[in-house]
Design a protein around this ligand. Structure first.
Ligand SMILES: Nc1ncnc2c1ncn2[C@@H]1O[C@H](COP(=O)(O)OP(=O)(O)OP(=O)(O)O)[C@@H](O)[C@H]1O
Ligand SMILES: [Mg+2]
Length: 257
């Protein structure tokens, strides 16, 4: 039996402020094998980023269990958890978090330096990764000398340089134009297909989710749909058409009244 790459069992997450509890995730069950490409969709506030933070071991569930690459995350020490996270996950989040004063080459090499790879080798691997996202020529530039789409590609190169088995992307195309979004999706799709890297991607856009094979839809902190992306997106489009028809008829009735 192969172990799942990701396995959430009845994961709940609340935020607390002034001792007031705001529950956000209400019992998520989700298993994912190596090599899968999953899109997560859901309305704003439905808990997508909260779920991604749990998956990325950046935050801990209030209850329930999470195992990542066969390790029970809740039972690990801080150091062990940081090690597991560094070995296993590459993050592509919407705010790129690139270091401004460094060349993009050094930005991309950073995860390797943290992992103890020597500088020369780290730079070589970073060069290779930048070339793969089409930025080989620009390696000496600093992030602010690049367009938004180019910066996002740097963030992807940095997420991938250490070859993590799991890539977590929270709205990676959120601020980008259609053309650049398509470029980013091409890079991710290729990685998934050719290298078998697993991808979990949050998006609001059906066109972007269509690159994934599996779709998970969240509603109010629960899984509303988990299945093939194609069927799930068709269902979503139908629901939206029904909602639109509903709001149009309400508007007409109000006009008549
Ligand atoms: N640190 C926090 N403290 C308190 N409440 C939070 C915190 N982070 C998120 N929330 C709340 O949890 C809920 C879910 O937030 P989350 O960021 O997971 O939503 P999302 O699905 O990613 O939304 P979006 O599509 O807008 O990014 C929201 O109601 C939000 O206000
Ligand atoms: Mg979010």
């Amino acid at each position: 039996m192969t172990t799942a790459l990701v396995e959430l069992r009845d994961v709940r997450k609340s935020y607390f402020s002034n001792r007031i509890e705001t529950p956000v995730l209400h019992g998520i069950n989700l298993a994912m094998q190596r090599g899968e490409f999953v899109a997560i969709m859901g309305q704003s506030g439905s808990g997508k980023s909260t779920l991604m933070n749990v998956l990325g071991c950046l935050d801990t569930p209030t209850s329930g269990s999470y195992s990542l690459a066969g390790e029970d995350v809740g039972s690990l020490s801080r150091a062990a958890l940081a090690g597991l996270r560094n070995r296993t996950i590459g993050f592509v989040f919407q705010s790129f978090n690139l270091l401004k004063r460094m060349s993009i080459l050094d930005n991309v090499a950073l995860p390797l330096i943290y992992a103890g790879v020597n500088r020369k080798q780290a730079r070589e691997r970073a060069q290779h990764q930048l070339a793969r996202v089409g930025l080989g020529e620009l390696e000496r530039r600093q992030p602010n000398q690049l367009s938004g789409g180019q910066q996002q590609r740097v963030a992807i190169a940095r997420a991938l340089v250490a070859d993590p088995p799991l890539i977590l992307a929270d709205e990676p195309t959120g601020n980008l134009d259609t053309r650049t979004s398509a470029d980013i999706m091409a890079v991710l799709t290729e990685l998934n297909r050719d290298r078998g890297q697993s991808i979990i991607l949050v998006t609001h856009e059906p066109d972007i989710a269509a690159f994934a094979r599996r779709l998970v839809r969240l509603k109010d902190g629960l899984v509303l749909y988990d299945g093939p992306a194609r069927e799930g997106l068709r269902e979503l489009a139908q629901e939206e058409a029904v909602n639109l028809a509903g709001s149009l008829s309400t508007a007409t009735t109000e006009e008549q009244a």
